[in-house]
Design a protein around this ligand. Structure first.
Ligand SMILES: Nc1ncnc2c1ncn2[C@@H]1O[C@H](COP(=O)(O)OP(=O)(O)OP(=O)(O)O)[C@@H](O)[C@H]1O
Length: 278
C-alpha cells in the first residue's frame, strides 16, 4: 500500500512562544506564537499601542525577544538577512539620486555588480510602472510614485518575505486603493510571503489571506480571520460584496471590544490609584 503524506506548505516564518519586555518594564508580548506559510499574505491589525511595530521589529531581528525565538526558513532571524525586505510608511529615498540610482543603491549594498544593478533596477522599475521616470529625482514624483520606488528598491533585492509597516498610510485614499491593487498584482507575479501591518480594516480584508488581530499587551493574538475572497481581487467587485462587509464588521467588532477593554482597564487602574491615596 502506498502511503500518501498530505502536503503542507513549509512555514517560512515561525514565531515560537516569544516574550518581549522593554527596558522600562513595559511587557508587550508573553508566549506569542505565529506561523506564516510560504506565499501567504498576512495582515497584522490592531488598535494603537497593541504592539504592531514592536512585533515587526521582533520579526526582523531588530529587537531580540526576552523568551522564545523567531525563525525565517528555519534559521534564527537577524536584521541583515537576505530573505527579508522592508517597506515603511516613508519611502526614505536619497533626494540627490535619480529614481534608478536609488534602486541601484540597495543592490550595490547587496554586492551586485554594476551591470546587475542596472538590469534589476530597470526590471523592477518597469514592474511598478516607473520606467519613464527612471532619471527623475524623487522630489519630481508624487507621493504614490515615491512609494512605488521604495517598493521597487525592496523587490529588486528579491526577498522571500516582505515586511510592510503601514506602507500606504501617508497616501490619499484614492492613491492608497490603487497601491493596494498594485501590490496584489506584484504579489501574484513575484510570489513573496507578505506581513502587512495596518490600522485600516478595509485594507487588511482587501489584501490578505489571513488577518491577525493583536489584542492588549501582553496577550498577543486576540483573533484571526481567514479571508475567503476570490483572487484576483477587483476593488469594485470585492468591496461591494456582502462577504467583504461581513469580514469588516467582524473585525470592527473585535477592535471595538479590545478598545473597550483598554478603557475599562485604565479606569480601574486610575480608580485603584485614587483609592490608594497620595
Ligand atoms: N522604546 C519603547 N520603550 C518602552 N515602551 C515602548 C517602546 N516602544 C513602544 N513601547 C510601548 O509598547 C507598546 C506597544 O507599542 P507599539 O509601538 O509596538 O504599538 P503599535 O501597535 O505599533 O502602535 P501604533 O499603532 O500607535 O503605532 C505601547 O504600550 C508602547 O507605549
Amino acid at each position: 500500500m502506498e502511503i500518501v503524506t498530505p502536503f503542507h506548505p513549509p512555514a517560512v516564518l515561525s514565531v515560537d512562544g516569544i516574550g518581549f519586555t522593554y527596558k522600562n518594564g513595559r511587557e508587550v508580548f508573553r508566549n506569542f506564537s505565529l506561523t506564516v506559510k510560504k506565499r501567504e499574505f498576512v495582515a497584522l491589525l490592531g488598535p494603537s499601542g497593541c504592539g504592531k511595530s514592536t512585533m515587526l521589529n521582533l520579526l526582523s531581528g531588530f529587537l531580540k525577544p526576552t523568551a522564545g525565538r523567531v525563525c525565517i526558513n528555519g534559521q534564527p532571524v537577524f536584521p541583515e538577512m537576505q530573505a527579508l525586505g522592508y517597506v515603511f510608511q516613508t519611502p526614505n529615498l536619497f533626494p540627490w539620486l535619480s529614481v534608478e540610482d536609488n534602486v541601484c543603491f540597495g543592490l550595490k549594498m547587496a554586492g551586485k555588480n554594476a551591470v546587475e544593478q542596472r538590469e534589476k533596477a530597470r526590471h523592477y522599475l518597469s514592474l511598478v510602472g516607473l520606467e519613464a521616470v527612471a532619471r527623475d529625482l524623487p522630489h519630481q514624483l508624487s507621493g504614490g510614485m515615491r512609494q512605488r520606488v521604495a517598493l521597487a528598491r525592496t523587490l529588486a533585492l528579491e526577498p522571500d518575505i516582505l515586511l510592510m509597516d503601514e506602507p500606504f498610510a501617508a497616501l490619499d485614499a484614492i492613491t492608497r486603493i490603487q497601491m493596494n491593487e498594485e501590490l496584489l498584482r506584484l504579489w501574484s507575479e513575484l510570489s513573496q510571503t507578505i506581513i502587512f501591518i495596518t490600522h485600516d480594516i478595509d485594507e487588511a480584508v482587501f489584501l490578505a489571506d489571513r488577518v491577525v488581530v493583536l489584542g492588549l499587551p501582553p496577550n498577543g493574538i486576540d483573533s484571526e480571520i481567514l479571508i475567503d475572497l476570490p483572487r484576483p481581487r477587483d476593488r469594485h467587485k470585492v468591496r461591494s460584496t456582502a462577504r467583504f462587509a461581513d469580514y469588516g464588521d467582524q473585525l470592527m467588532h473585535r477592535i471595538g471590544a479590545i478598545t473597550q477593554l483598554r478603557q475599562s482597564a485604565s479606569l480601574n487602574h486610575s480608580g485603584a490609584r485614587q483609592n490608594a491615596g497620595p
